[in-house]
Design a protein around this ligand. Structure first.
Ligand SMILES: C[S@@+](CC[C@H](N)C(=O)[O-])C[C@H]1O[C@@H](n2cnc3c(N)ncnc32)[C@H](O)[C@@H]1O
Length: 284
């Protein structure tokens, strides 16, 4: 009889250590934790539902799809079932997870997996019809130099990021004990991701974002909604500052799900209910 594998509990402290190791964190303990998580029923249902919902909402069948931070390929596998003829591309920084994705998709000839530290604003890839960012947890890849350089070149986005951070702190939505500059840096990092996603998506093509949330998009308060729209590049101004728009919002949905435990595992202070929201964005 096969020996049952002992489940290894990973503490929040250990996860934090993995996160400190920047994007390479997913090669080690964080990666092991994630592979176990992504295989549970809640995650399986999330991937299945997200792809079904997306297929229903799209006006055209995409010929090319890129999964941004694809991890071990769970969503790619679902995408392949729903879009059998599409070219599939998966980007991720963790070689070990990409190996798992390769196996999961049985060396699919229409699949290209690329090890890449994200975001990459010098990416030469031609745009695709659909980009997807699912349950993101992107870790910064350097000591902040790239984020600083971006902020220097995009002053309006930096001003807007400061406004968003100040409001989030004032309203108690973000921790006031964390350094402001660190929060601003994270927001700029998210803008870089949104800009990269826009470059990877044809004008008129779509980007699907699947995010952890405590409530549906229409239920969250205005400040939090401003944060989402700004960070994902889906507004022309925020808190009185004009910023470039990358996407418009087309549709969204929300589902309660145990996947929210991904967040509570990592931040022991948080143990709320919730699930995920899916948002369909159109590249402008
Ligand atoms: C929470 S997992 C989500 C994986 C996948 N999207 C899913 O839903 O199953 C986060 C993924 O992002 C990748 N990642 C984190 N930071 C990265 C970075 N800066 N560049 C590239 N990949 C990164 C990790 O290797 C990991 O696969």
């Amino acid at each position: 009889m096969a020996k049952k594998k002992k489940r290894r509990e990973v503490s929040a402290r250990k996860l934090e250590k993995g996160m400190e190791a920047a994007s390479s964190g997913y090669e080690k303990i964080l990666g092991r934790w994630w592979v176990e998580k992504a295989n549970d029923d809640a995650h399986r249902r999330t991937y299945r539902h997200s792809v079904k919902w997306t297929r229903r909402k799209l006006d055209r069948v995409p010929a090319s799809i890129l999964d941004y931070a694809c991890g071990a390929g769970h969503l790619l596998k679902r995408l392949r079932k729903a879009f059998p003829r599409a070219d599939l591309i998966g980007y991720d920084g963790a070689a070990k997870l990409l190996e798992k994705a390769q196996k999961r998709l049985d060396d699919d000839p229409g699949l290209e997996l690329v090890r890449k530290i994200l975001p990459d604003l010098d990416d030469p890839r031609s745009p695709v019809d659909l980009t997807v960012l699912c349950l993101p947890h992107l870790l910064p890849f350097d000591e902040g130099e790239t984020v600083h350089a971006y902020a220097d070149g995009h002053r309006a986005e930096l001003r807007a990021a400061r406004e968003v951070v100040d409001t989030m702190r004032e309203e108690g939505l973000w921790e006031a004990d964390d350094p402001v500059e660190w929060q601003v840096g994270n927001l700029i990092f998210e803008r870089m991701v949104a800009r990269h996603l826009r470059r990877l998506t044809h004008a008129g093509g779509h980007c699907v974002r699947i995010d952890y949330t405590e409530a549906a998009y229409h239920e969250i308060d205005d400040t939090y909604r401003d944060y989402i729209r700004f960070s994902q590049g889906a507004c022309t101004s925020v808190r009185g500052v004009r910023v470039p728009r990358f996407f418009t919002q087309t549709a969204d949905t929300y589902r309660e799900s145990a996947v929210i435990s991904d967040v509570s595992d990592q931040t022991e202070e948080y143990d709320g209910d919730g699930g995920y929201m899916i948002r369909l964005l159109k590249a402008v």
